[in-house]
Ligand binder design. Structure first.
Ligand SMILES: NC(=O)c1ccc[n+]([C@@H]2O[C@H](COP(=O)([O-])OP(=O)(O)OC[C@H]3O[C@@H](n4cnc5c(N)ncnc54)[C@H](O)[C@@H]3O)[C@@H](O)[C@H]2O)c1
Length: 245
């Protein structure tokens, strides 16, 4: 039977790239986004190319809403086999790149909410079903800001990403015996960041280019495959070769 994947924040950019790729392989994709129009437009685009896609708009930071909406989606679609925790706010216009010492504590929630609570909520919602069915893939899209210290003023964002990545390592141990894996794809600088920010950084990337949705999709493709059934609790950096440690 065809598998079903829930991709959070899939209305645009990296998440949409992943959704397009999974749909092209015959996987039913549930396109989550906090923005309903964006989710619907992405699902319509995939359906127009022959894929099986449904919009599933809700705010993943709201625990009650996320748990109940995902339970409905599971009931309507015969379970969720693949969860890609992609939603984040790397470059959202409401976010500020300022040093931690200058950041008011009221701004912390903006990063912890989507990048850590969102991952907790969605992962919690799908894990029992995956374990009951004996197969599942949880993939969290993280950032190199959550893996190494950087001087680009993203401390709280990086801390939230690191928390979500470490959740995957623990969960991997808990659900491995059930045929469920949990991994992390840790992204470097992607092609949707503003030119003025990307410009000086590109020349420090060994492959001298920014990452794309297709780069993310290729990593997710491997980690969702049966070929990766012995890979769990791991972090795959997809970053053009930066921070090769
Ligand atoms: N773009 C980069 O350079 C970069 C680098 C490293 C890591 N990342 C990470 O990769 C992932 C994808 O990045 P992107 O650049 O494609 O992001 P993006 O901001 O372009 O898209 C994210 C999507 O998530 C949605 N979203 C935000 N909050 C949400 C919520 N509470 N509930 C549901 N949906 C929500 C947004 O509406 C948006 O459509 C994110 O986790 C990001 O942190 C991105």
């Amino acid at each position: 039977m065809a598998k079903t994947a829930l991709i959070t924040g899939a209305g645009q950019n990296m998440g949409l790239g992943v959704a397009r790729h999974l749909a092209a392989q015959g996987i039913q994709v549930l396109i989550n986004d906090i923005d309903p129009e964006r989710a619907e437009a992405a699902a319509a685009e995939i359906r127009a190319s022959g894929g099986n896609a449904l919009a599933a708009a809700f705010d993943i930071t709201k625990t009650d809403i996320a748990l109940s909406r995902i339970a409905e989606l599971e009931a309507e679609n015969g379970g969720i086999d693949i969860l890609v925790n992609n939603a984040g706010n790397a470059g959202h216009k409401a976010t500020h790149q300022i040093p931690f010492k200058d950041m008011p504590p009221e701004e912390w929630d903006m990063y912890i909410g989507v990048n850590l609570y969102g991952v907790l909520n969605c992962t919690k919602a799908v894990l029992n079903g995956m374990c009951d069915r004996g197969w599942g893939r949880v993939i969290t899209i993280s950032s190199e800001a959550g893996r190494v210290g950087l001087d680009i003023n993203v401390s709280v964002y990086g801390a939230a990403k690191a928390g979500a990545a470490h959740l995957m390592r623990h969960i991997a141990r808990e659900v491995g015996p059930y045929g469920v894996t949990a991994n992390v794809v840790s992204l470097g600088l992607m092609d949707n960041v503003p030119d003025e920010f990307a410009g000086p950084i590109i020349k420090t990337i060994p492959t001298r280019r920014l990452g794309t949705g297709e780069d993310v999709a290729a990593a997710v493709d491997y980690l969702t495959s049966d070929a990766a059934s012995w890979v769990t609790g791991q972090t795959l950096p997809v970053n053009g070769g930066s921070y090769a440690i």
